[in-house]
Design a binder for this molecule. Structure first.
Ligand code: URA
Length: 256
């Protein structure tokens, strides 16, 4: 064995020991997330049909329970969730990405925006919502008297779907535990779900975004407002008024 391979093996062993031997260091225990999911031919199944089990906030036992769908320890940080995500190869989106787009903004934000998945520009820059839809989102955030630095922005899937196609159910299922972990760590007062994929994934239902938007919902005890995705608003500017009404509700709830 070369020195280099030995060093890598040693480092890997240390990392696994760090993760598994000590319950206080275990960030996520997510069988579906830690392994490549089985390939399923369900491309047309509704998002909700591929639900991932909830990430649970609890102290992991020293012997890891692999049956647990997800365990996030109290006090975990976003950096730790990012470390757990690693150089993710849990779904096929890894093949086409330039880089993972984890999220950006304030880790203690009271307001989190969740989109669908990175586009071309996001994939290049490694930052969510920096393309055309992102510029509109930035304007929406500023119209709400926030800034991109004071809120947190992330997506349901962290890698760009090729050609900006919709994320597939198994891709959402692989990434979802990390979104849930991000939200558990940040604990915002309000989540704005941008578009169908964010709303349906977080709420675990397949109601259309047209029906969901504008109605307060609860996500693990956090107020959640579904609204239209900025990319849809670019295509249908006449709907901006409704999205603005939704965002005004959010402002009210946050005392703005
Ligand atoms: N659309 C999204 O849903 N997310 C991004 O980051 C960019 C565009």
């Amino acid at each position: 064995m070369s020195d280099e391979v030995r060093d890598i093996a040693l480092e890997l062993r240390r990392h696994l020991a760090w993760q598994e031997s000590d319950g206080t260091r275990q960030i996520l225990k997510e069988p579906g997330a830690l392994k490549a999911p089985p390939v399923q031919a369900q491309k047309t199944a509704p998002v909700q049909a591929q639900k991932a089990a909830p990430v649970q906030m609890q102290r992991a036992e020293s012997a890891p329970k692999v049956a647990e769908p997800g365990v996030l320890i109290p006090g975990a940080t976003l950096d730790e969730v990012r470390t757990e995500l690693g150089d993710c190869k849990r779904c096929k989106l890894c093949n086409g990405r330039t880089q993972i787009v984890f999220g950006s903004g304030n880790p203690r934000a009271e307001l989190v925006f969740v989109g669908e998945g990175p586009g071309e520009e996001e994939d290049k820059q490694g930052i969510p919502f920096v393309g055309a839809a992102g510029q509109l989102l930035t304007k929406m955030i500023e119209a709400m008297k926030f800034s991109r630095d004071t809120v947190y922005i992330c997506n349901v899937v962290k890698c760009r779907p090729p050609g900006n196609r919709n994320p597939e159910p198994e891709e959402i299922q692989s990434c979802e535990p990390f979104l849930r972990a991000q939200l558990r760590v940040i604990k915002p007062k309000v989540i704005v779900a941008l578009g169908k994929f964010a709303a349906q994934t977080l709420l675990r239902e397949d109601t259309t975004i047209t029906r969901l938007r504008g109605q307060w919902r609860s996500y693990e005890g956090i107020d959640l407002m579904p609204t239209f995705h900025p990319a849809y608003l670019l295509r249908s500017p006449e709907e901006k008024k409704k999205a603005w009404m939704d965002l005004q509700e959010v402002m009210k709830r946050l005392g703005k």
